[in-house]
Design a protein around this ligand. Structure first.
Ligand code: CA
Ligand code: CA
Length: 383
């Protein structure tokens, strides 16, 4: 510790008090090293004096110059929630952050780093960042930091309890730690609900995921979610996962007739499904978020639309776990290995998880993805 103090004092001594260089330039001016008033030069960066060693910021992150508080509006008791933070020029000073956003990180109110993944970074436009919140309670504040050195993203930590996460920002790359990236077969990049999405032609377009994937394998919980914007067709499928090429042992999120959704896990030939009723508000040409979730410990399946529970099945005869087999195939945009019932429309943000989700989780997730979870406070200099 004593050595660190000596080092910092030596660097401070090398900097020269300078007139205001303007808000866009916080690199030290070279030879002699100068910084705007009130900042010190550490390495080649002008930073606020931050204690004994200004080169180390909170929780191992490099020091950042700016932060903004994000105050959650929810009183939910949901936990383990990846939330979307949407940034734009009103919410971040892009000129003070690095061009690819690599200096952006998030802290909770105790100063603990929160894992994040940048889905899309568009200086001057809309950027999408996913942040994992271990818990969320009324008034919870998350701090967005920027204006410093490089910070690592950690998508595997953000999506640690997911088996597959596709943002569809130009491809079918898997953000989950499993690495089950898919292959586009005809499905074309298009505008999605959150950044990019995929367009399916209702004929032969699909996305194929790797075979022998551990999707729902031997789990007591199972969830599939996606954003859909469908064309007016019937019988089209979104997500189909099977552990064999026969009819048994599969999981799916699909629609069985106009406007009616069906989510199911089928460990054996016995159906374990929940189907939405005729009044289900799925509409053509409109983005809606669908979540099917199974809690096989509680013998329950639930179907959510836009964060609201629309149908449930409680059945004591449901099996204890999903099948203990890797997938023989998993296909997005068709319903089985024979490629029946092609989907016509747009899909975005498809996720598969071996966990059951509850109503609080669904509501917070929907609020975050529709940009209604956080209120953004004003930019502050990091104290
Ligand atoms: Ca997307
Ligand atoms: Ca095609």
């Amino acid at each position: 510790m004593e050595r660190a103090i000596i080092t910092v004092f030596a660097l401070v001594a090398g900097c020269v008090a300078a007139p205001d260089l303007g808000s866009g330039d916080f690199l030290c001016a070279q030879e002699p090293k100068v910084c705007p008033e009130g900042r010190i030069c550490v390495g080649d960066r002008c930073v606020l004096p931050g204690g004994a060693d200004a080169s180390v910021g909170p929780d191992g992150a490099p020091p950042s110059r700016f932060r903004r508080p994000l105050v959650a509006s929810s009183d939910s008791s949901a936990s383990d929630i990846p939330v979307l933070v949407i940034l734009n020029p009103d919410r971040i000073n892009y000129s003070e952050s690095q061009p690819d956003g690599r200096d952006v990180f998030f802290l909770d109110s105790t100063g603990t780093r929160l894992a994040h993944e940048i889905e899309r970074w568009q200086p001057g436009g809309e950027s999408l960042v996913w942040v994992r919140l271990p818990a969320l309670q009324d008034g919870a504040t998350v701090y967005l930091h920027y204006g410093g050195d490089d910070v690592s993203e950690n998508s595997a930590a953000v999506w640690q309890d997911f088996d597959l996460v596709y943002h569809f920002d130009g491809d079918a790359a898997d953000s989950s730690p499993r690495g089950y990236s898919g292959t586009l077969e005809g499905a074309a990049s298009a505008g999605g609900r959150l950044g990019g999405g995929l367009e399916f032609d209702g004929v032969d377009d699909l996305v194929r995921t790797p075979v022998n994937a551990d999707l729902f394998r031997g789990a007591a919980g199972a969830s599939i979610s996606c954003w859909i914007n469908r064309s007016p067709t019937v019988g089209s499928a979104f997500v189909e996962i099977a552990n064999s090429t026969g009819d048994s042992s599969r999981a799916f999120l699909t629609q069985i007739s106009a406007g009616r959704l069906r989510f199911g896990v089928r460990p054996t030939d016995e159906q374990a499904v929940v189907t939405s009723n005729d009044a289900e508000p799925i509409t053509d040409g409109q983005w809606q978020w669908i979540l099917g979730t199974a809690d096989l410990s509680a013998k329950r399946l639930d179907l959510y639309v836009d964060g609201q529970l629309v149908d449930s099945v409680l059945d004591p005869t449901l099996p204890a776990t999903t099948v203990d087999q890797p997938s023989a195939f998993a296909i997005l945009g068709h319903d089985d290995i024979n490629l029946n019932n092609p989907f016509d429309g747009l899909l975005d943000e498809i996720r598969i998880s071996s966990r059951a989700r509850n109503a609080d989780w669904a509501a917070v997730q929907y609020a975050a993805m529709t940009d209604s979870l956080f209120a953004f406070g004003a930019e502050e200099l990091v104290p």
